[in-house]
Design a protein around this ligand. Structure first.
Ligand SMILES: *Cc1c(COP(=O)(O)O)cnc(C)c1O
Length: 396
């Protein structure tokens, strides 16, 4: 019998029973060790052989022990993949995929709505290695026109960073498949629970566990989940080459966070919709970017492809830069800060320069803020937005 994902999340990665005491810890402990002891050389040889065959076998602490294995299993359940590789941050996971699937002289097609630091990775590292990137508008993309003989990967993010642009992932996957290219998707927004790119046709899903999986703004972690074992093995080889290692304590925190992911996500989503309803009544609000909001242009795709939503939204306000900055400064419960997915509400004033490369961005002039709606009482959050709008108007 296959249980719901929600149920499996609570039962994956439990500690096995101790054969002597016949008991097991409910919460698997963080196994902090840099190395392991082998009973004899035959045990070492057996572990090496299993590893060479692509199986998980512990020979040294760098690639993780039981706590890491349990977390990998959780990510594989979430994303529906054959193999998960952990990384010390979400960006490290993205870097792992680019270096694992591309080499000098090769080329990748990248959606223009991807997480901003991907462009930094491009400038700071990939170009120097002779890896080229073409950015494309994912809404109107004809990949066949952009592909080169050296193209080896299509990389996207859905919904896209900053403006939550929903992509037609099955259509993009069909194009990539027709060209024989793997499709990699940053699924930090969905974190495997409300959106599952591998089931929609992608080959690799990348998640910043720092966000909703961790859920408490207290760890940095990334995961790369491959749909099939062969691609997973290629990426695992790159993880080994890069020497990536994740602290057992961070893996433990992420594992703990994963147990409550479904209830937290649902509450963030419920509050976010209430915040949308409040914002829609305000004369300063020009547009709300939140796929679960019925007026969002991506709403039909969201209904088709997602099983839930979260606390992320962007809002276009009819405020010039100065008034927009006053608004952000006047917020008290929404803390000014990057990142999201923790329990707390956050606001980010979006630099118009960061939106310039996105075909989806509205015309410049108005203020765009990105909100992460946290787990505070929603009436307090809407009251905070209300007082900040009033304060910024009074000051103007
Ligand atoms: C935050 C984020 C990342 C990077 O994660 P870190 O753990 O901060 O490195 C990657 N992709 C998206 C969409 C993100 O929001």
């Amino acid at each position: 019998m296959t249980h719901h994902l929600h149920t499996r999340l609570l039962h994956t990665g439990s500690a096995p029973f101790d054969p002597e005491t016949r008991t097991a810890a409910v919460s698997l402990p963080a196994m902090r060790t840099s190395t392991v002891r082998f009973a004899d050389l035959a045990a070492l040889d057996a572990a090496q052989e299993r590893k060479a065959a692509g199986e998980r076998a512990v020979t040294y602490g760098r690639s993780g022990l039981d706590t890491h294995r349990a977390l990998e299993d959780v990510f594989s359940q979430l994303e529906g993949g054959a193999r998960t590789i952990l990384a010390p941050s979400g960006l490290a996971a993205i870097t792992l995929v680019f270096l694992g699937l591309l080499k000098a002289g090769e080329h990748a097609l990248v959606a223009d709505c991807v997480y901003g630091p991907v462009r930094h990775l491009d400038h700071a590292l990939l170009r120097g290695l002779g890896i080229e990137i073409t950015y494309f508008d994912p809404a109107g993309a004809n990949l066949a026109e952009l592909v080169r003989p050296q193209t080896r990967m299509v990389y996207a993010e859905s919904p896209g960073s900053l403006l939550m642009q929903m992509l037609d992932l099955p259509a993009l996957a069909a194009q990539a498949r027709a060209l024989g290219l793997p499709l990699v998707v940053d699924n930090t927004w969905g974190s495997g629970y409300i959106y599952r790119p591998l089931a929609l046709g992608a080959d690799v899903s990348v998640v910043a566990g720092t966000k909703y999986v961790g859920g408490h703004s207290d760890l940095m972690l990334g995961a790369v989940v491959a749909r099939d074992a062969e691609l997973g093995q290629r990426l695992a080889a790159m993880q080994y080459a890069l020497g990536y290692s994740v602290s057992a304590d961070d893996a433990w925190l992420a594992l703990r966070g994963s147990r409550t992911l479904p209830v937290r996500m649902a509450e963030h989503a419920r509050s976010a919709l209430l915040v949308c309803e409040f914002l829609a009544q305000r004369p300063e609000v020009v547009r709300i970017f939140h796929p679960a909001w019925p007026q969002d242009p991506g709403h039909a795709l969201w209904r088709r492809d997602c099983t839930g939503s979260n606390g992320m939204m962007a809002v276009e306000l009819a405020l010039d830069t100065e008034a927009g900055r006053r608004f952000v400064d006047a917020l008290q419960l929404f803390a000014i800060g990057f990142s999201w997915g923790g329990y707390e509400s956050l606001v980010q004033w979006v630099d118009p320069a960061a939106l310039r490369p996105h075909a989806y961005a509205p015309a410049p002039g108005n203020t765009i803020v990105r909100l992460h709606v946290g787990l505070e009482a929603v009436a307090d959050l809407t009251a905070d937005i209300e007082q900040a709008l009033q304060a910024c108007r009074a000051a103007g």
